[in-house]
Ligand binder design. Sequence first.
Ligand SMILES: [Zn+2]
Ligand SMILES: [Zn+2]
Length: 121
Amino acid sequence: MFFIGIFGIETKQKEIKRIASALCKECRTGELILYKQFNMFHFFFIPLFKWGVKYYLVCKDCNTIYEISIEKGKAVEENREDITYWDLKVLHRGDVKVYCSHCNREVNEEFEYCPHCGSKI
Ligand SMILES: [Zn+2]
Ligand SMILES: [Zn+2]
């Protein structure tokens, strides 16, 4: 295979910036980082074109991933707009911990009753 390394397609992820205008909706304290992901077609290590650009936000604390539109992502990258609470659309929930209000022990968020003390969560 002669062409490996000459032509190539790569998926790249780039950290754009920290978001100062909003905090993570899931853990309420985490700082959000704007990431840009795109596919890059290159020839002899020269990037030729990009496509499939996607923007998303990742919470530094709980790793929740939020999806944002390309238009919005671009506007934020170019400092034309800010991320607000309403832009946060959860794509993947991070490790947000749920505690039983009765015994205060950590429980699985899918449980309706606490496995430790049996109270309703
Ligand atoms: Zn978070
Ligand atoms: Zn409990």
